[in-house]
Design a protein around this ligand. Structure first.
Ligand code: NAD
Length: 289
C-alpha cells in the first residue's frame, strides 16, 4: 500500500458524507456507496466517485470506511459472496466507524483474519461537525498492524486516535461513552430545572457548572449550542441514541455489570419512543413529555 491509499466509503449519511468530504479535501481518491441514490448524488457533487455496489468498491480500495446505522448493516456488506471478506484486495483494511456491537466486530474481524485482511472497529465521537472538520475522536479495537496500514486515512478524519485494545474494545468504549452522554442529558436537565425552580436561570447555573466540577460535554456543548437555543439540529437522532443505549444495556447484561443508574437511564430512553420519533434530534430527550 502506498502512502496515499485508495479509500472506499459505504454509508454516506450525516457522518459518512462528512468523512468523505474531508478525505477528498485532503487529496485522497474516494469511492462511495449508499443505498440512497440521493446521498450518492450529494457525495458525487463533493468529489466522490460513485460505486454501483459495495463489491465493485472493494475491488479497487485499500481502506474501506463504513458508516452504517447498525452492526447488522455492517455484517451485510462484510459477509456473503459479494461481501468484503470475499472481494477485498489482498492486504485491505475495513474500518468500521459505525457504533456497532463488540460481538459483531469480533465475529467480522475473525472472518477477515482467515483471509489475512483487516477489520477494525473504529467508532467515532464528534458528530457531523467533527466529520466535516476532520476532528473526530476515533476509538480503535483490533490489531496494530491493521491500524498501521489504515493510519493515514484515520488520521485524516480524526484528531485523536486511541487504540483501545483487541477487536471489540473500540465499541465497548463507544457504548460506555454514549451511555454516559445519555445519562448526562437526563441529569443536567434535571439539575437545570432544579436551579430554575429555585430562582437561578439556566444560563447562569450553567456558567457556574461549566467553571466548576459538575461540568460535562452536555453542559458545555449540548445545552448552549442545541438545547437553550432550541435549535435541536445536532445531526444525531433519537433513533440512533436509543440504539446505542439499548446496546450498552445489552452489553452490561452480557457481562453481568448492569448497575441501577444505567438500568434507569436505559428505561427512560426506551420509553421516550412514545413521545419522540426516531428522526428527532437526540437533545429533545431534555424536553418535558
Ligand atoms: P445516517 O442515518 O445519517 O446515515 C446512514 C447512511 O447509511 C444512510 O445514508 C443510509 O442510506 C445508509 N445505509 C444504510 N444501510 C446501508 C447499506 N446496507 N449499504 C449502504 N448504505 C446503507 O446515520 P449517521 O448519523 O451518519 O450515523 C452513522 C453511524 O455513525 C451510526 O452507527 C451512528 O450511531 C454513528 N454515529 C453517529 C453520530 C452522529 O452524530 N450522527 C456520531 C457518532 C457516531
Amino acid at each position: 500500500m502506498g502512502t496515499q491509499p485508495n479509500v472506499g466509503i459505504i454509508g454516506l449519511g450525516a457522518m459518512g458524507l462528512g468523512m468523505a468530504k474531508t478525505l477528498v479535501a485532503k487529496g485522497f481518491a474516494v469511492t462511495g456507496f449508499d443505498l440512497s441514490g440521493e446521498r450518492v448524488g450529494v457525495a458525487q457533487a463533493a468529489g466522490v466517485t460513485p460505486a454501483p455496489a459495495p463489491a465493485s468498491l472493494f475491488v479497487g480500495c485499500d481502506v474501506i470506511i463504513a458508516s452504517l446505522p447498525t452492526g447488522k448493516d455492517v455484517a451485510s456488506v462484510v459477509e456473503g459472496p459479494a461481501g468484503f471478506v470475499m472481494r477485498a484486495k489482498p492486504g485491505a483494511v475495513f474500518v468500521d466507524t459505525s457504533t456497532s456491537e463488540p460481538v459483531i466486530s469480533r465475529r467480522l474481524s475473525a472472518l477477515c483474519g482467515e483471509r489475512d485482511i483487516g477489520f477494525l472497529d473504529a467508532p467515532v465521537s464528534g458528530g457531523p461537525a467533527g466529520a466535516h472538520a476532520g476532528t473526530l475522536t476515533v476509538m480503535i479495537g483490533g490489531e496494530k498492524r491493521h491500524l498501521d496500514k489504515a493510519r493515514t486515512v484515520i488520521a485524516a478524519i480524526g484528531q485523536k486516535t486511541i487504540h483501545v485494545g483487541p477487536s471489540g474494545a473500540g465499541n465497548v468504549a463507544k457504548l460506555v461513552n454514549n451511555l454516559l452522554v445519555a445519562a448526562h442529558l437526563l441529569t443536567v436537565s434535571e439539575a437545570v430545572r432544579l436551579a430554575q425552580a429555585a430562582g437561578v436561570p439556566a444560563e447562569d447555573v450553567l456558567t457556574v457548572v461549566n467553571a466548576a466540577s459538575g461540568r460535562s460535554a452536555v453542559s458545555e456543548v449540548n445545552f448552549p449550542r442545541w438545547i437553550l437555543t432550541e435549535r435541536f439540529d445536532s445531526g444525531f437522532t433519537m433513533g440512533l441514541m436509543r440504539k446505542d443505549v439499548r446496546l450498552a444495556k445489552k452489553l452490561a447484561a452480557e457481562v453481568a455489570a448492569l448497575g441501577p443508574v444505567s438500568a434507569l437511564v436505559a428505561d427512560i430512553w426506551e420509553k421516550s419512543a412514545e413521545r419522540l420519533a426516531d428522526g428527532e434530534d437526540f437533545n429533545r430527550i431534555t424536553t418535558r413529555g
